[in-house]
Ligand binder design. Structure first.
Ligand code: ATP
Ligand code: MG
Length: 422
C-alpha cells in the first residue's frame, strides 16, 4: 500500500463533523460586523515579506521566528500572512479607500505562524478582525470593544474578561521605555535570554514574556500611568468612561502590551480561564501611525483580531455546537418509473428551502429506507409507489408517525410539519 501522507504539523483539517459550530460562529461574526456598519475586505494570503517586517517590527516574535517566507521562482521574497492588519492597511492605501473618508472594515481568514503547536496554538489558524480607519477619539475604541462584547453575547460565551491599557503617546512611550530599560537592567540576572536580548531594543516586550522568572520581575516594573501626558490620559479616561457607560466590565492591566510594533495608545485583550495556557481570545488596539508608515496619509486607526479556533473551543465548551442537520428530506424511489419524479420532487423541495438528499443508484426500497434513516433526515419521500404523478408516499422518520399518501401540491407543507424549516 502507498504511504499515507499526513497534514503539515500544526495545520488542521476541519472535518464535516466539526464544521457546524464553525458555521455558526462565522455567521455571528458576519452578523455583528454588519450590525455595526463594518464592510468585509478580502486580501491575499500571500504578501511581500517586507510588508510584515516593516509593519509588525523586526524584533517581534512573528518576524524573527514565526513567519513562513519563501523566494518564489521569480525571485520575489514572499510570506504567508501571519496576521491581516498590515494587509488591510496595504489594500486601503493601494486602492485609495481612505481618501477623504473613514472606513469600517472586517476580515476573516487563515493566518500562518510557525509556532510550537499545542492546544489553542496552531501553525495555520483563523482570525476574524475589524479595523476602523479615520477616527482619532476614544469613542471608536469603545465601539470596537463593544462589537467584541456583542459577539460573546450572541454566541452565549461567558467568562471572557476585558483588560485594557494605554501605551500613551509616542513621547510618553519613549520615556516609559527608558524607565523600563533602567529597571530591567537592575534585574538583569533574573531575566530569560529572550528578554535580555530585548532589553536594549524592545523593553516593552519583556512585559509580555511568558517565562515565570521574568514575570516575577515584571510584576514590580514601573507603571505606564506615571508617564502619560494630558492628551493620552484624557483618551484613556474617555475610553474607560465609555466602557462603564455601556456596562462593559474591564480591568486596567498596566503591563498589558502587544507583540506587534505598530500599536499606539489603547491596547486591549479579552482573556478567559477556560482555555488553559492559551488564554487570549481577542486582542487589539490603536495603530495611529501604521497607515502613514505604509505610504498613506496620516490616519488614526483601531482594531482587533479574534482567534477563531479559541472562540470555537469556548462555544463548544458551553454546549453551543449543535450542528445543523445534514439533510431534512430523503427522497427514495420504488422503481425505475419513479426515478425522474424523484429528481423533480427533490428540486421542488430544495426551492422551498429544504436540504434534500436524493437517493442515487438503484437498490431495494428497504435498503433505501435504511439509508434514509441513517441520513438524519426527518422525513422520507418515496416516488414510484403511487401510480399517479400528482402524489407520492411520504414517511415521517424517527418514529414521528406513519407513512401516508401526500399530494404533490401539499408536500411542501407536509414536510414543514415534520422538520424545523419554516
Ligand atoms: P498569543 O499571546 O496567544 O501568542 P498573540 O499576541 O500572538 O497571541 P495576536 O497576534 O494579537 O496574538 O492575535 C490575536 C488573536 O489570534 C489571539 O488573541 C489568539 O486568539 C489568536 N492567535 C494568535 N496566534 C495564534 C495561533 N498560533 N493559533 C491559534 N490562535 C492564535
Ligand atoms: Mg503569539
Amino acid at each position: 500500500m502507498a504511504h499515507k501522507l499526513q497534514a503539515v504539523r500544526g495545520m488542521n483539517d476541519l472535518l464535516p463533523e466539526q464544521i457546524g459550530v464553525w458555521h455558526r460562529v462565522e455567521a455571528v461574526l458576519r452578523e455583528v460586523a454588519w450590525s455595526y456598519g463594518y464592510q468585509e475586505i478580502r486580501t491575499p494570503v500571500i504578501e511581500k515579506t517586507e510588508l510584515f517586517t516593516q509593519s509588525i517590527g523586526d524584533h517581534s516574535d512573528i518576524v524573527q521566528k514565526e513567519m513562513y517566507t519563501f523566494i518564489d521562482s521569480g525571485g520575489e521574497n514572499l510570506a504567508l500572512r501571519p496576521e491581516a492588519t498590515a494587509s488591510t492597511v496595504r489594500a486601503c492605501n493601494q486602492h485609495g479607500l481612505l481618501h477623504n473618508q473613514q472606513r469600517r472594515l472586517w476580515y476573516l481568514g487563515p493566518m500562518f505562524r510557525r509556532e510550537r503547536p499545542q492546544k489553542g496554538r496552531y501553525r495555520q489558524f483563523h482570525q476574524f478582525g475589524i479595523e476602523a480607519f479615520g477616527w482619532p477619539g476614544p469613542d471608536i475604541d469603545a465601539e470596537v470593544i463593544r462589537a467584541a462584547a456583542g459577539i460573546w453575547g450572541r454566541l452565549g460565551v461567558e467568562d471572557v474578561h476585558l483588560q485594557v491599557n494605554t501605551l500613551g503617546s509616542p513621547q510618553a512611550g519613549a520615556a516609559y521605555r527608558r524607565a523600563l530599560r533602567a529597571y530591567f537592567a537592575q534585574h538583569r540576572r533574573c531575566l530569560d535570554p529572550d528578554s535580555l536580548r530585548r532589553l536594549e531594543t524592545h523593553p516593552l516586550r519583556i512585559l509580555d514574556s511568558k517565562v515565570a522568572a521574568t514575570r516575577e520581575v515584571v510584576a514590580g516594573a514601573p507603571d505606564i500611568r506615571s508617564f502619560l501626558d494630558g492628551p493620552s490620559r484624557a483618551h484613556f479616561d474617555g475610553l474607560c468612561e465609555s466602557l462603564r457607560h455601556s456596562g462593559i466590565q474591564y480591568r486596567v492591566n498596566p503591563h498589558l502590551v502587544r507583540g506587534l510594533d505598530y500599536y499606539t495608545a489603547t491596547v486591549f485583550e479579552w482573556v478567559t480561564d477556560q482555555l488553559g495556557a492559551q488564554n487570549a481570545v481577542c486582542a487589539g488596539g490603536r495603530y495611529d501611525q501604521l497607515v502613514e508608515k505604509r505610504g498613506g496619509r496620516p490616519t488614526p486607526a483601531v482594531g482587533f483580531a479574534i482567534g477563531i479556533e479559541r472562540l470555537v473551543e469556548l462555544v463548544r465548551g458551553q454546549g453551543g455546537d449543535a450542528a445543523r442537520p445534514v439533510t431534512d428530506v430523503y427522497v427514495a424511489c420504488a422503481d425505475d418509473q419513479g426515478r425522474a419524479e424523484a429528481v423533480s420532487v427533490s428540486e421542488m423541495l430544495r426551492r422551498a428551502g429544504f436540504a434534500v438528499t436524493t437517493h442515487c443508484g438503484c437498490g431495494k426500497l428497504n435498503k433505501q429506507m435504511k439509508r434514509a434513516d441513517q441520513s438524519g433526515a426527518r422525513v422520507a419521500v418515496i416516488t414510484g409507489l403511487v401510480q399517479t404523478a400528482e402524489a407520492v408516499q411520504a414517511k415521517p422518520l424517527r418514529n414521528q408517525g406513519v407513512e401516508q399518501r401526500v399530494s404533490i401540491d401539499a408536500l411542501v407543507d407536509w414536510c414543514r410539519t415534520y422538520t424545523e424549516r419554516s
